[in-house]
Design a protein around this ligand. Structure first.
Ligand SMILES: Cc1cc2nc3c(=O)[nH]c(=O)nc-3n(C[C@H](O)[C@H](O)[C@H](O)COP(=O)(O)O)c2cc1C
Length: 210
């Protein structure tokens, strides 16, 4: 069995975090860098990660997460957010490409115009849905990175995004919360850790076409 599969079997949606077990600075560094390295459509990174490590805020989050204790017991709650893409967003991305790769304007301009046209033609809610998809890719990436690092996590859609946005004052930063990921370390006696994984038989889940 490969290491990757062992790691994925080790992970589970952790319900009981041990509040006494903290994350090291190095663990947080790996997670935040992995978030930033996640692939995004066109490379536009329309997401941000808000790292909440504040018990008072986490307690306030509890009713907005329908009483799911993970948001309080975990030493950190990652909030995956979409960014409001203003008119200059695509342009700023291309400025960065030019700065990092020293690519000439002549080469970049047609691609930039094409992207600007594409986003201008989209409705606001289509752009939001597209950005949301990117947040889910980041979530998937971090679930795997956490498992590889033996960091426990619980992906969560079960919360009220408007209330969390209000609590964390995300609107003023042009952000909207999409997903939560409490991270930390499991309680030794968390019965969920020992439960059998419920998955389709592989042949029903994956179709090979030769
Ligand atoms: C996008 C997404 C949202 C989820 N939301 C919640 C949630 O709000 N609360 C929770 O306890 N688990 C949540 N889960 C965890 C799933 O229930 C869990 O991943 C699934 O049952 C498979 O179990 P496993 O991850 O332990 O293997 C979510 C998972 C995903 C991927």
């Amino acid at each position: 069995m490969t290491n990757s599969i062992e790691n994925l079997k080790w992970r589970y949606a952790t319900k009981n975090f041990d509040p006494a077990l903290h994350l090291t600075g190095n663990e947080l560094e790996i997670i935040t860098e992995a978030f930033n390295l996640t692939a995004t459509s066109y490379g536009l990174q329309p997401c941000r990660l808000v790292v909440v490590q504040n018990k008072k805020l986490q307690e306030k989050m509890l009713p907005f997460a329908y009483g799911q204790r993970q948001v309080v017991d975990a030493p950190a709650v990652l909030v995956f957010c979409t960014v409001t893409m203003d008119d200059g967003y695509v342009g700023r991305y291309f400025d960065l490409v030019q700065k990092v790769r020293k690519t000439s304007t002549e080469i970049l301009k047609p691609f930039q115009d094409q992207l600007n046209d594409r986003f201008t033609a989209m409705q606001h809610d289509q752009v939001e849905a597209w950005a949301k998809n990117q947040a889910y890719i980041s979530l998937g990436n971090l679930l795997t990175v956490c498992a590889n690092q033996r960091i426990d996590s619980c992906p969560m859609e079960g919360f009220n995004p408007e209330k969390v946005d209000e609590l964390l004052d995300l609107k003023s930063k042009g952000l909207k919360s999409v997903l939560l990921l409490p991270i930390g370390h499991r309680k030794e006696d968390d019965k969920f850790a020992r439960m059998e994984k419920v998955r389709l038989p592989l042949q029903d889940s994956v179709l090979f076409m030769d």
